[in-house]
Design a protein around this ligand. Structure first.
Ligand code: MN
Length: 501
């Protein structure tokens, strides 16, 4: 889903107590705010002003319309004057999409020499928004609250984050994930409840036997493959032993055939994400690593070894990050570098890291793969560029999903890695490796993550609020005693949560 296809509705709460002129003024000011926000250039999604609401019937009508409009990804509410909040109850009860409460004020400053009671009655967001906040809290509805003057870039920045998350949320509500093969045998952390995932997170997970994909591979001609390989030659450096005329070139061609087939398969099934499993490749020449790398860069979610939860999150992160610099990828915690002060983790995978995060033009190489018993797979080899980012995962705790996010700093490799035949990223988790890794382990986090340079913990927080799932964030502030306490308190909270609602 693209940002141009989406819109956010702006609804202003008012009432008729101060007369029709007051409502007219509220309407005019709301129009001006919406126009100003749209023209700020800071927001990825267009805002559509839906007028003032002055009664329960009007609130319900706009909320139901928003639910039913596929282009509407969320509503921003604002109370210019005092707006009695009982009128919001029925509408909020029905409302199913993301909600942002913009706690702003039309005027920036108090007009000291002019202010009188008429001005106060019209400009009382401080008053009216508290009444609205109460009813949303009383109804235990999650929402994002943004406080500040609407022309302030920081305020617009928070709205922009929420808009990106709202679009990704809408995208996930019709996300179909295709698993070629099951989860890797015996692996616990990548498994989970697919029914609960669809109810809670929106996406649908299907299985297809690899033979169905093999049948699609057979549809592609030598000419189709030539065309795709020619594209590889334009985009990547080829290792000497993979170039046209060498023995490994046929492996590159087979990789291209697999890419064509997976692309066609996902398109025909309307899928936005997929998983593979190195142990389920009957009838295929090699693990489709190159295809997975390239499809990720085009926005398809990917999870290795049947990891559908991470595949979904990679897709969701990619949608949120559209148009922002940095890149998004599936990654796996592989090997530690302990040096006492700046210990780091080498991130990689067997093959599947997105070239979106590369610091240089990727090299196309062919090497043997120690597991799976197939022919040598093609892959793109590179190192990730420097920068800060977020790595996150969702695990199934049995009675709930827990999202774990870690702020990380990607650094340059401390020395060249001439013998490493895969793409990699070297990062230091916040606040440091020892604390970050311990917290991650206490939380039960996966070895697989969705990673993005473009996102911050605010995106993850907004997403977890929308999904209404547990979130623990590991960052500069994390200490292990407080983190362990948070996990214990969350255990009680989620046990009682259903009873409270
Ligand atoms: Mn893995």
């Amino acid at each position: 889903m693209k940002f141009e296809d989406a819109e956010v509705w702006f609804v202003t709460g008012a009432q008729l107590l101060y007369g029709g002129d007051a409502v007219k003024a509220v309407d005019g000011h709301s129009n001006e705010i919406v126009k100003g926000l749209n023209e700020s250039g800071k927001l990825p999604v267009k805002i559509v002003y839906k007028g003032t609401v002055n009664s329960s019937a009007e609130v319900s009508a706009v909320m139901r319309a928003a639910n039913n409009d596929p282009g509407c990804v969320g509503i921003i509410t604002w109370m210019h004057t005092f707006s009695p909040a009982k009128m919001w109850i029925h509408g909020l009860k029905d409302y199913k999409k993301p909600l942002l409460h913009l706690h702003t004020q039309f005027n920036k400053e108090i007009p000291w020499s002019e202010i009188d009671m008429d001005f106060m009655n019209l400009n009382q967001s401080a008053h009216g928004d508290r009444e609205f906040g109460h009813i949303v809290s009383r109804m235990r509805k999650n929402r994002k609250i943004v406080v500040g003057y609407w022309k302030d870039e920081k305020v617009q920045g928070h709205i922009a984050v929420w808009m990106r998350v709202a679009v990704a949320w809408a995208d996930a509500q019709d996300m179909r994930i295709i698993r070629f093969g099951d989860n890797m045998n015996n692996v616990a952390v990548t498994d989970g409840d697919k029914v609960e995932a669809e109810m809670r997170l929106g996406y649908h997970v299907d299985y297809y036997p690899i033979g169905d994909l093999v049948a699609v591979m057979e549809r592609f001609s030598d000419k189709d493959i030539d065309a795709l390989v020619a594209q590889y030659e334009k985009e990547y450096l080829f290792a000497e032993n993979c170039k046209r005329g060498t023995a490994n070139f046929k492996q590159v061609r087979e990789a291209a055939r697999e890419e064509l087939a997976i692309r066609a398969f996902l398109k025909e099934k309307g899928a936005k994400a997929f998983t593979t499993n190195f142990d389920a490749l009957h009838g295929m020449n090699q693990l489709p690593g190159l295809a997975s790398q390239r499809l990720m860069a085009d926005g398809y979610g990917f999870g290795a070894e049947g990891d559908w939860k991470t595949a979904a999150l990679v897709r969701t992160f990619w949608v949120m990050a559209q148009g922002l610099p940095g890149g998004t990828s599936f990654l796996e915690d592989y090997t530690y570098h302990f040096d006492g002060e700046r210990s780091a983790i080498l991130q990689a995978h067997m093959l599947e890291v997105s070239p979106e995060i590369a610091s240089e033009k990727p090299r196309l190489e062919v090497h043997p793969l120690g597991i799976g018993g197939k022919a040598d797979p093609a892959r793109l080899v590179f190192t990730a560029h420097k920068g800060n980012g977020i790595a996150a995962t969702i695990v199934d705790m049995g009675n709930r999903f827990r999202m774990i996010a870690n702020k990380v700093e990607v650094i340059e490799p401390l020395a060249p890695l001439p013998k490493l035949p895969v793409a990699s990223a070297l990062w230091i988790p916040k606040p440091d490796l020892e604390t970050g890794a311990a917290a991650w382990l206490y939380a039960g986090g996966t070895h697989h993550t969705a990673f993005s340079y473009a996102l911050t913990s605010e995106f993850v927080e907004d997403y977890a609020d929308l999904a209404d799932i547990e979130l623990v964030t590991i960052d500069e502030q994390t200490t292990l005693p407080s983190f362990k306490k948070e996990l214990r308190l969350n255990e009680v909270y989620y046990m009682l949560n259903k009873a409270l609602r």
